[in-house]
Design a protein around this ligand. Sequence first.
Ligand SMILES: Nc1nc2c(ncn2[C@@H]2O[C@H](COP(=O)(O)OP(=O)(O)O)[C@@H](O)[C@H]2O)c(=O)[nH]1
Ligand SMILES: [Mg+2]
Length: 205
Amino acid sequence: MPFRVLSATFLRTAVLRKDWPPPPDAPEFAFVGRSNVGKSSMLNAMSRKNGLARVSNTPGRTRALQFFALEIQPAGSRKVTQIRFCDLPGYGYAKVSKTEKAQWGGMIENYLREREPLRAVVLIVDGRHEPQPGDHEALAFLRSTGRQVIVAVTKMDKLARNKRIPALRAAEKAMGLPAGEAIPFSAVEGTGTEALWTRLAEIAG
Ligand SMILES: Nc1nc2c(ncn2[C@@H]2O[C@H](COP(=O)(O)OP(=O)(O)O)[C@@H](O)[C@H]2O)c(=O)[nH]1
Ligand SMILES: [Mg+2]
């Protein structure tokens, strides 16, 4: 394991900008994706702490930004790095009103545009399906903010082994990414955490 997670704690929930945690020195990473794609499960797998972020079978229940504070340590090093994660509400959930969707979108877009310590955004897509219109919209929006985007393809464990690489390449192609760019992930099998940590740590410096 290239990194040890020394601690991972829930920091706070925020809807309004005034509730965002004060800009820390710590680099921040946000996780976005469709409702139920596996964002909370990915946060738990990354922090090696089940139950840190709530995992739900009911889509669309997390309607605020959720901030987490982590301390990581590269293997063989004494240096401890503080980072933060932000779990964003999922998109593509049908059962909310238009007004609610607009408020919701506004909250997320403001954060993604204006959050000062935000260093990169992890866009999570489901390996079992073609990227959905919402995924393409999210990627286009993220590109428009100029943020660094890391695409992770999750639930790979649900695919037969010989279907995994083809699904990964298909997702990359559909999203206009070079082959090898997306990170295959499974919260169930625990795969992809090292690759994603390596990418985040490079960005965090
Ligand atoms: N098989 C499998 N199921 C997953 C994986 N990640 C999440 N899930 C399941 O997908 C559902 C939604 O997960 P959750 O993390 O709450 O998604 P979120 O809405 O994006 O935060 C839950 O039933 C999880 O157990 C994965 O990598 N593999
Ligand atoms: Mg969630």
